[in-house]
Design a protein around this ligand. Structure first.
Ligand code: CP
Length: 322
């Protein structure tokens, strides 16, 4: 792959390839010596213009386990505060020797601009851009669902017939977008459950069904329930009546958990608002894959970096992984 920018245009065969290589990477992570020599001599730059815990450390761990050198750049404390442009920042990092740039940015489309502008020749991975996409989160979520459904037989299997319910602030969620596109590409049936004020206007063009009643969606016995963070920082009072009312109608708690089949998993990309969209009972329950998702994220990002920096070049017309 040259870049990994979204899941909307990621071909099924490329998505399956990433998931299957992630399986191989996960096998290496259970060894005593986790490090592989694959990317020795390559440099990965984490270029983060927004805060992150999981994604940044996961990319750092993934690159280091493949023996790449890693440079972490945070916009906070950098010359971005003096007005330096994305182009100048990226070109400075490439001059230092970046082979791949992992970028998180508040502007939707910033990674694609970096990948297609000709400013730099390094491969670009989207680590979350505005409300657009977070493709490696979608991939690690798909990996987690597949692993929980099929265990050791996961390799080569898609998600045909798997029912996934995604609950919460879909309007602001790049995680929801990446999951909707990827999960449907892999054959899953996706249902979005959200307050009417938190659904994007273009949702009619998405490969997902929309419901407003969480209990009705849970009664259909989904295989996975993915809770989204309520992005309070992007909201005002009109989005929902009150936090208490939101939790009552769209929050996942112990009572709702008890009504689900025993093998339904509870997912959350993090960071969680405990007590708002998810109770501590649900977040810490045996069904919760929150920490498993973090562990799987390292294997998935190892696979993505491997394909970017050591794998074969794809056909030029595959835009999502072009
Ligand atoms: N899931 C996720 O993107 O978390 P961070 O914002 O901590 O990276």
């Amino acid at each position: 792959m040259r870049h990994l920018l979204d899941t909307r245009t990621l071909a099924r065969e490329d998505a399956m390839r990433i998931l299957d290589i992630a399986e191989d990477m996960a096998d290496t992570q259970s060894r005593e010596v986790k490090k592989l020599p694959t990317l020795r001599g390559k440099t990965v730059v984490n270029l983060f213009f927004e805060d992150s815990t999981r994604t940044r450390i996961s990319f750092e761990a993934a690159a280091k386990r493949l023996s790449a050198d890693v440079i972490n750049f945070a916009a906070k404390g950098s010359s971005v505060s003096k007005g330096e442009s994305l182009k100048d920042t990226a070109q400075t990092l490439e001059a230092i020797g970046a082979d791949a740039v992992v970028v998180r940015h508040p502007a939707s489309g910033a990674p694609r601009t970096l990948a297609t502008s000709g400013w730099i020749s390094a491969g670009v991975v989207n680590a979350g851009d505005g409300t657009h996409e977070h493709p490696t989160q979608g991939l690690l979520d798909a990996y987690t669902i597949r692993k929980r459904r099929f265990g050791a037989d996961s390799r080569g299997r898609d998600l045909g017939g798997v029912r996934v319910v995604i609950v919460g602030d879909v309007l602001h969620s790049r995680v929801a977008r990446s999951n909707v596109w990827l999960l449907s590409t892999l054959g899953a049936e996706v249902t979005l459950v959200t307050p009417p004020t938190l659904i994007p206007q273009d949702v009619t063009g998405w490969p997902a069904r929309v419901l407003y009643d969480l209990d009705a969606a849970l009664a259909e016995e989904p295989h996975a329930v993915m809770m989204l963070r309520i992005q309070l920082e992007r909201m005002h009072a009109a989005f929902f009546p009150s936090e208490r009312e939101y939790t009552r109608r769209w929050g996942l708690d112990a009572a709702r958990l008890r009504r689900l089949p025993d093998d339904t998993i509870v997912m959350h990309p993090g960071p969680m608002n405990r007590g708002l969209e998810i109770s501590s009972d649900a977040a810490d329950s045996a069904r919760s894959t929150v920490l498993e998702q973090v562990t799987n994220g390292v294997s998935v990002r190892m696979a993505a970096l491997y394909l970017l920096l050591a794998g074969e070049r794809p056909e030029p017309d595959k835009a999502g992984a072009s």
